[in-house]
Design a protein around this ligand. Structure first.
Ligand code: FAQ
Length: 333
C-alpha cells in the first residue's frame, strides 16, 4: 500500500514520517474519509495541497484580467452585466480557495507574495490575450468548460475544506460556461463576419485549453502520488480526453471547425482522438514567456499596491475596535 516513509521534498525540507501514522492515514483515504484541518497528515500531503489550492486561487484571481479587458466594450448592457457578475464570481472563488489553503497553516499574505514574486504558478491559459469579443465567448465555453471538467471531481477530493469550496465554485462555473457558449451561439448565428470572428477565437483558444489539464501523464510529476492520496480523482490525460469528447459535438453544433487536422472519431472506443499538443509552447508559457505573462503579473502587482491603503485602513479599524472593546471591558469590571 504505502511504501514511502520519506516524503518527497516539495518546497521544504524532507520530513521522515512515522510509518504507522502513514499507514493509518492511507487507510482513512482508502476508506473515503475526508481529512480535516486538525487531523494528522503527512507533511508532503499538506504541501501538495498548499501548492495545488494556492495555484488554483491565483488562477482565479489572474483569470479575472483577460475578461476584464472587455468589460467596457461588452456589446450590450445584458452582456456587460453577465460578464461583470462572472468576473466577480472568479474573485470570490479566489477568496474561498485562499481561505481553504489557510486552513493548512499558510497565510494569505505568504501565498500572495509567492504569486507577485513570480514564484508560484497560475494556469497557463491566462497568459493569452483577448483580442476580440469572441474571445470572451471562448473563455466561457472552453476555459470554464475545461475548469468544470477538472473541478467536478475535486468536489470529491480527500481534503474536506477544498472539496466543500469546490461544490459552490462548480455551480458558478456552470453558469460561466453557459454564458460563454451562448455568446458563441449568437456569433455563429450572426453575420458571416461574426461567425469568422468566432472561428478565429476557437483557432487561438483550442490548444491552450487542452494544455490547461497539465502535462501528459507520462511527464506529470505529481499525478501518481496525488491519485494515491485522492487529491486528484482522474489523471491529466483522462480529464483532457473527457473534455475533448464533450466539446467536439458542441463545436459541431455551432458549425465551427476544431483547428486539428488529425481529429477523428474512434468508433471502437467512442472517443475523439486529437493530434499532438505543442508541449514546448506549454513549457514556455509556464516558464514566464507566454504572450501576456509580464502584463498579468504587472497588473496584479499594481492592484496589490493600490489596495495597500485599504488593507492598512482595515487593520487600523480592527485595532481601534479591539482597543474600544478592551476599554469597555475594563470600565465594566
Ligand atoms: N498551467 O505534475 P503536474 C479556472 C504545473 S481555474 C500552469 O501534472 P498537478 C477558472 C503544475 O503546477 C484553472 N502550470 O501537476 C476560471 C506543476 O508545477 P509545480 C486552474 C501547470 O498539480 C475560468 C507542473 O506543471 N485550475 O480556469 C499547468 O498534479 C475562466 C507539473 O504538473 C486548477 O488549478 C497549467 N495548465 O496537476 C477563471 C485546478 N498544468 O507545482 C477565470 C486544480 C500543470 O510542481 C476565467 N489543479 N502545471 O511547480 C489541478 O487540478 C492540478 O494542479 C493540475 C496540474 C491538473 C492543474
Amino acid at each position: 500500500m504505502y511504501t514511502q516513509a520519506l516524503n518527497e521534498r516539495i518546497d521544504g525540507p524532507r520530513v521522515v514520517e512515522d510509518p504507522e501514522k502513514l499507514a493509518a492515514f492511507q487507510a482513512r483515504i482508502d476508506a473515503e474519509e475526508k481529512i480535516e484541518p486538525n487531523d494528522w497528515m503527512p507533511e508532503a500531503y499538506r504541501r501538495t495541497l498548499v501548492r495545488q489550492i494556492s495555484q488554483h486561487a491565483h488562477s482565479e484571481v489572474v483569470g479575472m484580467l483577460p475578461e476584464g479587458n472587455w468589460l467596457t466594450r461588452a456589446p450590450t448592457l445584458k452582456r456587460k452585466a453577465a460578464l461583470l457578475a462572472k468576473i466577480q464570481d472568479e474573485g470570490g472563488h479566489g477568496l474561498y480557495l485562499y481561505a481553504a489553503a489557510e486552513t493548512l497553516g499558510v497565510s494569505r499574505e505568504e501565498l500572495y507574495e509567492q504569486l507577485l514574486s513570480g514564484k508560484a504558478k497560475y494556469s497557463s491559459i491566462f497568459n493569452y490575450p483577448t483580442l476580440t469579443w469572441a474571445d470572451i465567448g471562448c473563455i466561457g465555453w472552453l476555459v470554464d468548460g475545461a475548469a468544470i471538467m477538472n473541478q467536478i471531481p475535486l468536489c470529491r477530493t480527500s481534503y474536506g475544506p477544498y472539496a466543500r469550496a469546490m461544490i459552490r465554485i462548480c455551480k458558478e462555473e456552470s453558469f460561466h460556461q453557459r454564458q460563454g457558449y451562448e455568446i458563441m451561439l449568437a456569433l455563429c448565428r450572426g453575420t458571416p463576419e461574426q461567425k469568422a470572428m468566432a472561428q478565429d477565437a476557437l483557432n487561438r483558444w483550442w490548444w491552450p485549453a487542452l494544455m490547461m489539464f497539465g502535462p501528459p501523464d507520462s511527464e506529470s510529476v505529481h499525478t501518481e502520488q496525488s491519485m494515491r492520496w485522492k487529491i486528484k480523482r482522474f489523471t491529466n490525460d483522462e480529464l483532457r480526453q473527457k473534455f475533448v469528447d464533450a466539446t467536439v459535438p458542441q463545436a459541431h453544433y455551432l458549425g465551427l471547425t476544431i483547428p486539428d487536422p488529425e481529429l477523428r472519431y474512434d468508433e471502437a472506443t467512442g472517443h475523439w482522438r486529437y493530434g499532438p499538443i505543442d508541449w514546448d509552447e506549454f513549457k514556455r508559457v509556464i516558464a514566464g514567456f507566454g504572450p501576456c505573462n509580464r502584463e498579468r503579473l504587472a497588473a496584479r502587482r499594481k492592484a496589490h499596491e493600490e489596495g495597500r491603503w485599504v488593507r492598512e485602513a482595515a487593520i487600523a479599524h480592527a485595532e481601534k475596535r479591539r482597543m474600544r472593546e478592551r476599554a469597555q471591558r475594563l470600565a465594566a469590571e
